[in-house]
Structures are given as structure tokens and as C-alpha cells.
Design a protein around this ligand. Structure first.
Ligand code: HEM
Length: 388
């Protein structure tokens, strides 16, 4: 009998055959293991994203939610509360002027890539991308340098789940508590001494006299740290994996770095790190002959919608000339990722600098150590070897 267990190592390793069966045979599937419905076709996911009144985020959007997030952050509220939060935070993003970060991001990327010059083999994550992503996020948010390693380790733990209990374990909850205390300290410091950084801007952002309250500032800060470091880092490893596996695509990007922008979009479709997010149906809802009851949780499997043959021709082919319009790599509609601009810019600059130092490479491990997470998919280590 077909099962779909998003906590299983088999799905961490290769969810795509499972997704195909879901799309073709069980497009609205009740997963006993996940205790929720799974929507896997592009059109159904897209429609659900647009219909936030029925598919609510207010009970949490991570497949396994962290304590205290539901109903309180951008990703875990519905309009109108969500629009208010998003408006205030977007104002802070505009004030920070992300374009002005391009030069500092390039410096961070070049410094992270330089030590690889003499290396024949290295771990892309440990030796390059984790250093890069954490420093970029620290610069954008205005976090004090020195704590990068600990903050990254905690952010990674926050997105993991225990595959045995299918829940957050004590170490994941402890990481989340640590991050809350850490963020509270930084916010207090920024309030006393505001700078040109996101935390200073959104803790003071105002629209028609309305401001974020204490709890909102705190949860927004922890969300941005977690989303920023882990989503950006996870996607960078998936992108590097595609570049390692598809040598022609990589060679084209090394020759003409402008092609990296198209390759990034194709990887967001083909292999997004943000595989599955959750919603909760607010009323009984019929789909493909099934009835989702009010209060049931529903998984929107973005990674599957992105491989739906009803939407994309030859979806299992990695083709950097595809320009995949409407892919779900950043979700969509009211909850579309707020970090798209900084994510696209950061990955492109990072890979330009990385390719200057390491233009030719292949992966060393055939079996990758996948992170245990029901929401995200990315390897915990990615050994690359120079090929000439
Ligand atoms: C390539 C890297 C990234 C990927 C693949 C990614 C993916 C996503 C996805 C799929 C969602 C939608 C979640 C849902 O449907 O419930 C989302 C939301 C969000 N992302 Fe990202 N993200 C990335 C980088 C970032 C960065 C760098 C930041 C912050 C600096 C960020 C901040 C956010 C926020 C705040 C939301 C919630 C938006 C809302 O609900 O209105 N993301 N992201």
C-alpha cells in the first residue's frame, strides 16, 4: 500500500518518485504518518496559495511547527494581520536598500572562496556556503560578528525534526529558546544604538502610527535569522549539487556568469530546498473526490508542483534555458518569500566568486547525508572535488 511519510529518510533522500505517484494516483492524499493531507499537483497548490481564506497559515506553516510561532509571525498569520506585518517589515527592507549590499556581499563571497584556492577536495557547506550565508545575514540584519557559528548551528537545529518521534526533539526546542534569548539581546542593543540594518529599521518602522509590538519584533527577528540562514544555506547546497551534477550547465555558467540567474531559477524549480509547507483548512473542502474537514492540516508540496508534467514539459530534466515561469521555489501569493531579492542576488554573487576559484568540480559522495526535516531538503555535507 502506498504511504507518504515526510519524516522518512527515504523521502529526505529522493522524494520525486513518491511525488509522481501522488500526482498521478492520489492528488489529494491523507498521510497517516504526517497526520495531514498532501496536495501535490501544481494547479491545486497554486489555487490553495491564492485562497488563504480556506487554506490558512494561522496554525503554523512549518510541517512540524515550533512552539509559539503559530499566529504570530509573517509566515503564520493570515490577512489582515499578515498584511500589516508584511507592510511594516517590507518598509524596513526598502530602507536597508538591499542593492547597497551587493558590494559587501561580494567581499564576503570572495573572502569565503579564497581559502579554497589550494584545495583539491572540500566540503562546500562547511568550507564555503555556511561561512558565506551566515555573514551575509549578519550584515543585512545587523547582528554582532563573533557569534556566527553558534547562531548558524542553532538555526539549522530549529528546522530539523526527529524522524523517530515525527516531532521536534528537546534539542530543537532548546535551539529555538536559545535563538529567542539571543534575538532579545540584539534587539535591546539595537534599540539603544540604532544603525542602518534590518533589525533597527523594523523595530522602529511605522505605518499610519502603527508599529510592531515587542513580541512581533522578537518573532520577526528569529524568523528572519532562521529563514535567512537556513533557507539560503540549504538552497545554496542544492544549487551547488546541480552545478556539480550537470557539467554542461556549470561550464556555461562559468563562461558566462550572467547565465547563473537562469540556472538559479531552474534549480528553484528542479530542486528547491523549501520542499513542503503546511496550511490548515478553515471549512470542509472537497478536492479530487476527498473531503478535507475544517481543522485538518494540509501539506502544499512545492517540490512536487515544480515537477508536475501538467505544468512543465519534461519536468525531470534540468535545463537552465527553461526560464520556469511561476515555479513554487519561493511559494507564492500572499506568503511568497520576502527574501527573494536578497536570496537571488546572494546566490548569484556567491557562485560567481566560487567559480573564479573552483571552476570545475564533481561531487564525491553518491549517497548524501540528508538533513532530517519534514519541511526542507538539503544535504548536511557536500564534498566536492576539483576535476582539473
Ligand atoms: C533561496 C533561499 C530561500 C528559499 C528557497 C525560500 C523559500 C521560501 C518559501 C517557499 C516561503 C513560503 C512559505 C509558505 O508558503 O508558508 C518563504 C517565506 C518567507 N521567506 Fe524565504 N526563502 C529563501 C530565502 C529567504 C531569505 C534570505 C529570507 C530573509 C532574509 C527569507 C524570508 C522569508 C520570510 C520572512 C517568509 C514569510 C513571508 C510571508 O509569509 O509573508 N527567505 N521562503
Amino acid at each position: 500500500m502506498f504511504t507518504f511519510d515526510p519524516y522518512s529518510p527515504a523521502i529526505d533522500a529522493d522524494p520525486f518518485p513518491f511525488y509522481k505517484t501522488l500526482r498521478d494516483e492520489y492528488p489529494c492524499f491523507w498521510s497517516k504518518e504526517a497526520d495531514m493531507w498532501i496536495l501535490s499537483r501544481y494547479d491545486d497548490i497554486s489555487r490553495a496559495l491564492g485562497d488563504w481564506q480556506t487554506y490558512s497559515s494561522a496554525k503554523g506553516n512549518l510541517m512540524t511547527e515550533l512552539p509559539n510561532r503559530a499566529g504570530a509571525t509573517l509566515g503564520t498569520t493570515d490577512p489582515p494581520r499578515h498584511d500589516r506585518l508584511r507592510g511594516l517589515i517590507q518598509k524596513a527592507f526598502m530602507k536597508r536598500n538591499l542593492e547597497a549590499l551587493a558590494d559587501p556581499i561580494r567581499e564576503i563571497a570572495a573572502a569565503a572562496a579564497a581559502p579554497l584556492a589550494g584545495e583539491k577536495q572540500f566540503d562546500f557547506i562547511e568550507d564555503f556556503s555556511s561561512k558565506f550565508t551566515v555573514r551575509v545575514l549578519f550584515a543585512a540584519l545587523g547582528l554582532p560578528m563573533g557569534d556566527e557559528r553558534t547562531v548558524r548551528d542553532k538555526a539549522v537545529l530549529m528546522v530539523q525534526t526527529d524522524p523517530k518521534t515525527r516531532a521536534k526533539g528537546p534539542e530543537h526546542i532548546a535551539a529555538s529558546d536559545w535563538m529567542r534569548d539571543y534575538a532579545a539581546g540584539v534587539i535591546a542593543e539595537r534599540r539603544a544604538n540604532p544603525q542602518n540594518d534590518l533589525i533597527s529599521h523594523f523595530s522602529t518602522a511605522e505605518i499610519d502610527g502603527d508599529r510592531l509590538d515587542e513580541r512581533e519584533v522578537l518573532l520577526t527577528t528569529t524568523t528572519l535569522i532562521m529563514a535567512g540562514i537556513e533557507s539560503l544555506g540549504g538552497f545554496m547546497s542544492m544549487f551547488a549539487l546541480n552545478m556539480a551534477d550537470y557539467a554542461d550547465a556549470r561550464a556555461a555558467c562559468v563562461k558566462d556568469p550572467e547565465l547563473l540567474a537562469d540556472a538559479i531559477e531552474e534549480s528553484l524549480r528542479f530542486n528547491t530546498s523549501a520542499q513542503r509547507f503546511r496550511r490548515c483548512v478553515t471549512k470542509d473542502t472537497e478536492l479530487h473526490g476527498q473531503t478535507m474537514k475544517a481543522g485538518d492540516f494540509v501539506c502544499l508540496a512545492y517540490g512536487s508542483g515544480n515537477r508536475d508534467e501538467r505544468k512543465y514539459e519534461n519536468p525531470d530534466v534540468y535545463d537552465i534555458s527553461r526560464k520556469p515561469r511561476g515555479h513554487l521555489g519561493f511559494g507564492g501569493s500572499v506568503h511568497a518569500c520576502l527574501g527573494t531579492a536578497i536570496a537571488r542576488m546572494s546566490v548569484k554573487i556567491a557562485m560567481e566568486e566560487f567559480h573564479k576559484v573552483v571552476p570545475n568540480y564533481s561531487r564525491v559522495q553518491q549517497q548524501l547525508p540528508w538533513m532530517p526535516s519534514s519541511t526542507f531538503r538539503s544535504p548536511m555535507a557536500l564534498e566536492l572535488a576539483r576535476t582539473n
